[in-house]
Design a protein around this ligand. Structure first.
Ligand SMILES: [Ca+2]
Ligand SMILES: [Ca+2]
Length: 244
């Protein structure tokens, strides 16, 4: 109940930049599994979010861990699927674009970063994490099932920035990312594809680097995590694969 009241308060604060219809959708997804929209139209993974499914799929809002406060910069994400892949779209305002890591599986999560976490089956099979900075460089892995090092085969990340990354003297506009994750790449899913009605635990998260803020960054995610850790899967939301 406390969480629900806090969500409502936060939603009122967001109403200034989102339509009433959008706010209603977000209030619903906080209470029930978030629909992952099936798309028959191919998604071109180029960071340009102009596919019809990105207009039609319901948006997810981002909240601060623990407090569920509104983040310093706004962002939204949407999820979709085809028979072969999970797609995620992310769009964020950001006045200070910053990313310096160029090598896979390094600490990309310290840059301006968008993170996708999915747990396709029971916790004993683990979950996959993709922590990808705005250069499109990822730190991906399989966690919770022995901690084996893992690289997503065929996973694609397409960032698009509006502004000048790694230049402190100006103000930037923001950035977006389009993600495609082949289902057969997910070890935690066991070489299967989801069926309509299947539900996965998930979390989408953002680290927003900005030297003007205390600590130099702001954290937010779509799940109501009760600790300052995006990996705290017991608090993740659920998504449901909608029928074609
Ligand atoms: Ca696109
Ligand atoms: Ca930033």
């Amino acid at each position: 109940m406390v969480f629900r009241l806090m969500k409502r308060t936060a939603m009122r604060r967001m109403a200034g930049w989102m339509s009433a219809a959008t706010v209603v959708s977000i209030s619903l997804v906080a209470a029930q599994p978030h629909p992952c929209a099936f798309t028959v139209e191919p998604v071109t993974v180029d960071g340009v979010l102009d596919e019809a499914v990105w207009r039609e799929a319901p948006p997810l809002a981002f909240w601060a861990p623990v407090t569920q406060a509104t983040p310093r910069s706004r962002a939204w994400a949407r999820m979709a699927w085809s028979s072969d892949e999970l797609f995620v779209a992310f769009s964020a305002s950001d006045e200070h674009l910053w990313a310096t890591r160029t090598v896979r599986d390094t600490d990309t999560f310290r840059d301006d970063c968008f993170e996708v976490f999915v747990m396709p089956r029971e916790p004993r099979f683990g979950y996959h994490a993709f922590e990808t900075n705005l250069l499109g460089v990822t730190h991906d892995g399989l966690a919770g099932a022995g901690g084996a090092r893992w690289d997503g085969e065929g996973v694609r990340f397409a960032p698009r920035t509006e502004g000048t990354a790694n230049v402190s003297e100006d103000l930037d506009t923001g950035w977006a990312m389009e993600v495609a994750i082949p289902f057969l790449s997910l070890d935690a899913l066991g070489s299967q594809r989801p069926r309509p009605g299947d539900m996965w635990r998930f979390n989408l998260a953002r680290r927003d680097v900005d030297p003007r803020w205390p600590g130099g960054f702001d954290l937010s995610c779509t799940a109501p995590v009760s600790v300052g850790n995006f990996h705290h899967w017991v608090d993740w939301g659920q998504m449901v694969f909608t029928a074609p």
